[in-house]
Ligand binder design. Structure first.
Ligand SMILES: Cc1cc2nc3c(=O)[nH]c(=O)nc-3n(C[C@H](O)[C@H](O)[C@H](O)COP(=O)(O)OP(=O)(O)OC[C@H]3O[C@@H](n4cnc5c(N)ncnc54)[C@H](O)[C@@H]3O)c2cc1C
Length: 219
């Protein structure tokens, strides 16, 4: 039976590409009372930034100066570290969503990548999942066209879904750990901060995050 699993989050990401060298060698994930922010990089000359905003936010309300001021307010939390700024060459807002179509097959139609499942980008899993689906599907199509064996095609959805659901959970977990939620009271926020502190200070917890972030060998 075909089933759809869907979850929407009460925020989106305002993403910008800036013509400026990254301000750090590593990604910076910031959980801030003003909302989540992410510093990432595309090349030695290009940086990519994200800000948590309302899902229906109007991009016109975010001139470049406001974006840089908000990024600085959320990211410049360590004394002595500051954000390098430059011209913004691209801006856009993406709503956050989780989605799975199960099974990833309908008759002779095989779904792969975002057509079959979507994750909020906090865990950086979407493109990786798409590549895994296509690798599995390519092998199955090769077996079918070279020998008429449908075994791998019949197993395609099962072979992908275990990894898909692990990535769904990891992406949801990273998202709830790092974003601000309007319905959170002071108690909820303290719990969130306590868990973040645990992830950053416990070898076992940080190893678990790293294992999921790099990708588990599930099939
Ligand atoms: C802000 C943001 C940050 C992200 N960061 C990461 C990250 O760091 N790491 C990661 O792994 N993933 C990341 N992702 C997720 C990743 O971009 C997607 O999961 C991935 O691109 C999915 O690949 P896909 O080929 O399934 O779909 P797509 O990349 O969406 O490709 C589908 C293609 O089909 C085309 N198309 C659509 N309809 C038609 C049609 N009718 N006819 C012909 N062509 C059509 C589209 O134009 C598009 O080119 C991020 C996503 C967002 C929104």
């Amino acid at each position: 039976m075909l089933q759809f699993f869907d979850k929407e989050y009460p925020f989106g990401w305002l993403g910008v590409l800036a013509a400026v060298a990254p301000s750090a060698e590593e990604l910076i994930y910031s959980s801030n009372d003003r909302g989540f922010a992410l510093h990432s990089m595309r090349s030695p000359q290009l940086s990519r930034f994200y800000l948590q905003v309302a899902p229906d936010e109007d991009i016109a309300a975010w001139p470049d100066e406001r974006i840089w001021a908000e990024l600085a307010a959320r990211l410049e939390t360590v004394p002595g570290w500051s954000l390098a700024t430059g011209p913004l060459v691209e801006k856009g807002i993406t709503a956050m969503r989780s989605f799975v179509a199960e099974p990833m097959q309908f008759g002779r139609l095989f779904l792969a990548g975002d057509a079959a499942h979507i994750v909020p980008p906090t865990g950086a899993k979407g493109l990786n999942l798409a590549a895994f689906d296509v690798t599995v599907l390519t092998r199955a199509l090769d077996a079918w066209y070279s020998s008429g064996d449908a075994g791998l095609l019949d197993d395609y959805s099962r072979a992908c879904l275990r990894r898909v659901w692990r990535a769904q959970h990891f992406s949801w977990w990273m998202t709830t750990l790092l974003h601000s939620f309007e319905h959170y009271d002071a108690y909820d926020r303290r719990l969130q901060q306590s868990y973040l502190d645990y992830v950053c200070s416990s070898e076992a917890a940080s190893a678990s995050l790293a294992e999921n972030y790099v990708g588990l060998a599930l099939s």
